[in-house]
Ligand binder design. Structure first.
Ligand code: ATR
Length: 278
């Protein structure tokens, strides 16, 4: 029996344990996957205790992704570019860190949803951990221009600088949103919904071909997706597909098997539609 866990704070409502249980059943892998709630100052000790008790790997979610990177002795290039780790693998008594969020998002948008990201003009709302986690993968997928806008401008500047492509990546002020023209892709990577604050986005950001994506799902995505529909975006997508795809990528890292994501996605989507989960 192999032991995996998700570390976060909070984690009680996470779908990851169910997703990995479905993958494991599919692949015939004997494993347990639990959710471990650890406050920021307790994360390092909790992870160390997990390793001592035979933990083989872990996913890491808010607010521990940057802290997880610092606890790794080996980090993949894509995780280093994001400054964040969401997948830990125990190898010879050390943690190897990777980040599957961006690949999960791109696979969801280009594979499941059949959108072409190449040459798109993209707006990234937010410059926190969630935004940093997916920005490099969007650029790798062929986004022509990425405009980063954040409530606190310094963080948008810092993310744009870290991405290191001055010709393709720009930071702009939130107050400038009305003057930026429209975008082919708009990604909401803010946590505004968590504090029930509206983003107050101008409709002029969208046009009939705009793809709007919220990295959250359930209640957290309701307001942004409603805005996207009111703005007549071509498509408005929540983060369920990304969640399943990033989990599949982690599963493959750990078990060497790529699970079929479609049945798992269909199960979760149906539960969300019928209000069985949040
Ligand atoms: P995460 O890892 O989920 O991105 P984070 O690092 O706390 O979490 O970042 C949250 C993001 O949501 C930030 O970009 C934050 O903007 P600030 O840097 O100005 O805090 C953004 N955010 C949160 N509430 C917001 C709101 N009401 N309006 C706009 N942006 C908001």
């Amino acid at each position: 029996m192999q032991h995996y866990a998700l570390f976060g704070h909070p984690v009680a409502h996470s779908l990851s344990p169910r997703i990995h249980a479905m993958f494991a059943k599919q692949a015939g892998v004997a494993m347990e996957y639990t959710a471990i709630d650890a406050a920021p100052d307790a994360f390092a000790d909790a992870l160390s205790a997990f390793a001592s008790n035979g933990g083989n790997g872990a996913n890491v979610t808010l607010p521990h992704k940057a802290a997880a990177l610092a606890l790794c002795s080996d980090v993949s290039a894509r995780a280093r570019r994001c400054g964040a780790v969401n997948t830990l693998t125990r190898i010879d008594g050390d943690w190897r860190g990777d980040n599957t969020d961006g690949a999960g998002l791109v696979r969801d948008l280009t594979g499941r949803e059949q959108h072409d990201l190449r040459e798109r003009r993209a707006l990234l709302l937010g410059a926190g951990g969630a935004a940093a986690g997916i920005a490099p993968a969007l650029l790798d997928a062929g986004i022509r221009e990425l405009v980063v806008v954040n409530r606190t401008p310094g963080r948008a500047d810092a993310l744009a600088d870290a991405l290191g492509m001055p010709g393709r990546v720009h930071s702009r002020y939130w107050n400038d949103l009305r003057n930026l023209g429209n975008f082919d892709l708009i990604v909401n990577a803010t946590s505004a919904a968590r504090s029930r604050e509206g983003l107050n986005l101008p409709f002029a950001l969208a046009y009939r071909n705009t793809l709007a994506v919220d990295l959250g799902y359930g209640e957290a995505a309701i307001d942004f997706l409603a805005w996207a529909r009111s703005a007549h975006c071509a498509d408005a997508i929540d983060g369920v597909g990304m969640l399943v795809e990033q989990a599949a990528e982690s599963f493959e890292i750990w078990h060497g098997v790529r699970p079929q994501t479609e049945p798992v996605y269909a199960t979760l989507r149906s539960e969300l539609l019928h209000g069985a989960t949040d």
